[in-house]
Design a protein around this ligand. Sequence first.
Ligand SMILES: NC(=O)c1ccc[n+]([C@@H]2O[C@H](COP(=O)([O-])OP(=O)(O)OC[C@H]3O[C@@H](n4cnc5c(N)ncnc54)[C@H](OP(=O)(O)O)[C@@H]3O)[C@@H](O)[C@H]2O)c1
Length: 237
Amino acid sequence: MKALVLGASGATGKLVVQQLLNKNINVRAVVRESAVIPGQISDDKSIEIIRGNINDFKIAQIKDLVKDCDTVICCLGHNISLKGILGSPHKLVYNAVVKIIEALQSLNLNTKFILMSTTAYTNEKIGELNTSREKIIFSLLKMFLPPHKDNMLAADHLVYKLSTKTNIDWVAVRPDSLFDEENVSEYEIHNCKIRSAIFNPGKTSRINVGHFMVELITNDQLWQEWKHNTPVIYNKE
Ligand SMILES: NC(=O)c1ccc[n+]([C@@H]2O[C@H](COP(=O)([O-])OP(=O)(O)OC[C@H]3O[C@@H](n4cnc5c(N)ncnc54)[C@H](OP(=O)(O)O)[C@@H]3O)[C@@H](O)[C@H]2O)c1
């Protein structure tokens, strides 16, 4: 089994890669030239590290990246800095999702695609609704915070733009407020948000996000349960 991981140098991406390697899954990781990868990961014989900016990759390069992979996991996100939040590319995640899907469709591959999304995404297709106060805040965020808009567009692309006849099975995992903890702990998965992402957010550890993603690709029953869906993940309180 081989997994392509985008955003593999990120706080969550690294944990996803480590957990894939722990399960003896081969990994192809795409990281920027400047990215620092811990030796524990880079020295592993099951990892291939591709250096370059995914946003600059043309579709032919993306096809090369995905062609022998069973899974693609996207943990891309905007750096929490002025440049990361307001600078280009504003559509980092969306662009990557669109290109990956296009590559998988044109190669007619049955590759699983997992997107790291967020509870700030409201999946109206499954009946989720925002309160009036949430609607106001989310509209403002969409107008003034490019990373938020990017995450919304990326998830919308999977939820609304993929035909039901597509060969691509996807899951958009929605963590709430992220934090770091050393070990995997108990967590719960819900079809819909059970708390307000704005006014009463829950917590999700990055290592648990990685654990759930790896479970999704190694446990077919779990994949069948969640494919084409946007599960929400919270740490157990
Ligand atoms: N913060 C929260 O509470 C929260 C909650 C739910 C969901 N999320 C979402 O979860 C995702 C991942 O979170 P995280 O904390 O793991 O993110 P992170 O540590 O910031 O990782 C982001 C990844 O994207 C890469 N990246 C950033 N800007 C890039 C660019 N311009 N070109 C190419 N690659 C770029 C980073 O590469 P470098 O290492 O080279 O910078 C890194 O690999 C984000 O989309 C975020 O919106 C966040």
